[in-house]
Design a protein. Structure first.
Ligand SMILES: Nc1ncnc2c1ncn2[C@@H]1O[C@H](COP(=O)(O)OP(=O)(O)OP(=O)(O)O)[C@@H](O)[C@H]1O
Length: 273
């Protein structure tokens, strides 16, 4: 594979939505470009409602941009042709099926692909072990804690070996301690085979702790990247410890300076609405 070809490239993306009040179109994203190298972990941060999920949905092929193009390992992604098949997804709300046990949730994607059940279960058990859920395969999602369900969702996504991981605030519903545990687990799994990751969050600390690069979006409407920061902190990282280091704090100060005005703008617009 040619490593100079980005895993994911969004070029000059504009996305307009029909206004909800029946008025003119709302331009959520305007002329936004973003590129993720093979094996790179990139977080996109921005104020509430700025268009983070919109960009991720465009990268996933779930939403067609009004203008601009997306390419995946150099191949154009045409949203009308379906989802980005090189990518796996994790959203804020997990996509677990409540009527399936843990193991049956983990292997659902393999079964849809036609992998024989015995083989799928073998792989599924291995993934349950990797995410710390060995022995919990016969439990249903409602019998698991929030953190366990997130682990299950991670296994469900990673078992399909996607080349790109698209994650939209996957841990935001968790309490702080569980969240940090999950962030560390994600980093440990990522370090094993270095997928390309696009991670959406409104939490700057989470973004810096996890990523190789943090991209800051402007407040909407017409959101676009206004800053691109390399995170040169050593790996492996412990997300709760790295937050105390001088390098982290300096980066946080620098990125927050770029973000603060946009967050205040978004807050003022929300109050006025
Ligand atoms: N289908 C749609 N129709 C109309 N407007 C939409 C649609 N989807 C998103 N929007 C608007 O586009 C803007 C960007 O939304 P988006 O969900 O991408 O933001 P976000 O940064 O992910 O938000 P949050 O921080 O709250 O998760 C918002 O103003 C939203 O109301």
């Amino acid at each position: 594979m040619n490593s100079s070809v980005p895993a994911l490239k969004l070029e000059d993306i504009t996305c307009r939505f029909a206004a909800r009040d029946g008025g003119g179109a709302y331009t959520a994203v305007a002329n936004a470009s973003l590129s993720i190298a093979e094996g790179e972990f990139v977080s996109v941060v921005g104020p509430t409602g700025c268009g983070k999920s919109t960009l991720l949905n465009i990268a996933a092929g779930l939403l067609a941009p009004s203008q601009g193009s997306v390419s995946v390992f150099g191949q154009p992604l045409i949203a009308a042709d379906g989802v980005n098949r090189r990518a796996g997804y994790m959203f804020q709300a997990d996509a677990l099926m409540p009527w399936r046990t843990g193991i049956d949730n983990v292997i659902a994607g393999l079964e849809f692909r036609g992998v024989p059940r015995a083989e799928a279960v073998g792989q599924g058990e291995a993934w349950l072990r990797r995410v710390g859920l060995a022995g919990f395969g016969d439990r249903y999602p409602h019998q698991m804690s929030g953190g366990m369900r997130k682990r299950l969702a991670l296994a469900q996504t990673l078992i399909l070996s996607p080349d790109i991981l698209l994650m939209d605030e996957p841990f935001s519903a968790l309490d702080v301690q569980t969240r940090q545990l999950m962030e560390n687990e994600l980093l440990a799994l990522w370090a094993e085979d270095r997928k390309s990751v696009l991670f959406i969050t409104h939490d700057l600390e989470e973004a810096i702790a996890l990523s190789d690069r943090v991209v800051v979006l402007s407040a909407g409407p017409a959101t676009r990247p206004i800053g691109d920061f390399k995170v040169d902190l050593p790996r492996p990282r412990d997300v709760s410890e790295i937050r105390m280091t001088p390098g982290f704090l300096a980066l946080h100060r620098e990125i927050w300076a770029a973000m603060k005005e946009e967050v205040l703008k978004a807050y003022a617009a929300q109050k006025a609405a």
